[in-house]
Write a protein that binds this ligand. Sequence first.
Ligand code: PMP
Length: 412
Amino acid sequence: QSNISRDQKLRQRAQRVIPGGMWGHQRAAAVPAGFPQFFDSGQGATVRDVDGNEYIDFMCAWGPIILGHQHPVVEAAAQAQAALGLCLDGPTEHVVDLAELVVEMIDHAQWALFQKNGSDAMTGCVTIARAGTGRRKVLVAHGAYHGAVPWCSPSLVGVTAEDRAHILHFDWNDTDSLETAIAQAGADLAAIVVSAFRHDLGVAMEMPTPAFAQAARAACDAAGAALIIDDVRAGFRLDLGGSWNLVGVQPDLSAWSKAIANGHPLAMITGNERFREAARNVFVTGSFWYSGAPMAAAAATLRELRRIDGPAVMARAGRRLRDGLAEQAARHGFALIQSGPPAMPLVQFAGDDAQATLGERFCIEALRRGVYMHHRHNMFLSCAHTEAVIDAALVATEGAFAALAAEGAANA
Ligand code: PMP
């Protein structure tokens, strides 16, 4: 490619003034080699990098974009408030409007508090659970991601043992290991934290089994502890009333962020009556947590998702993608493992190594043909992924499978 120069130049400049050139999940090291680092715009289901290359977007900003980039209804709502003021001396009316809306939409929710990031919301849930129970121990699944703060960060760099002193682990969907961790916590059990489904990096996604979900609920009821669902990543893509509606289990507290405002910065804690008093007593705040435009954007996003039945739209698109990839893979001699809910798919090549080398080669070939996918992290569909968009993406993936097959990479 002759037109990668803007991206390369920005990387060189970034190396001098940003440690490591970029941080966190959106650094280029987290995507296949040769993927662009810098983008300049998005529209609908398409993103455009700084060199003007356009891609059908299957990462959706790693979750936030749920209606499509630059959704007109959401942007109009956000801009109307932004034109009046970004940060004022108190919140706007949007905070009440939004809280009423989520209490109506989300089954367990009887109140809501707003923050900026998923890590804020998850940390707030844990703080509220501890305040409400007067206890310390928090159970978390091995390998689950809940944020970039010391109590739960996947990295121990800069983290002390004391930061983790009251965190105990269990294995996802393993009721016996959950019982063992509950016994370890004893009378000090404050909360059990679960993801909407198992979406750990690089391993096949797993939905919660009803037996596991019910065991977690029953254990919290028996112990007087809080069941906390981390719906930061899956929230509003599976069920607008909360992701564990799929297994018929309600949490006491839930954390939300990513898709809640279609890209505008916002996070949310929802809770039931039992934890209202604790939520009122803890000290949680932030300089930008009251700004109205993201709340206006969130209300518009959620109303639009409800109007069009967004989860059904995304599930249909995801199934079309999954079926198309399965058919192409079989025809070209590849065995795929496709896991996760269709709206949040992970595509793996059977027998691939831990780095997903074959998956990475596939993504590079797809990128060359105008489709942006990920080989190890779950992908995200949006409501802008129409049948025509999926079919266009499948033309690219057909070419990618053919290119890998021509190199003799078939694994079936
Ligand atoms: N929980 C889950 C399940 C997540 O996927 C994320 C973000 N990837 C977080 C928490 C943390 O959210 P944030 O990055 O907005 O702090």
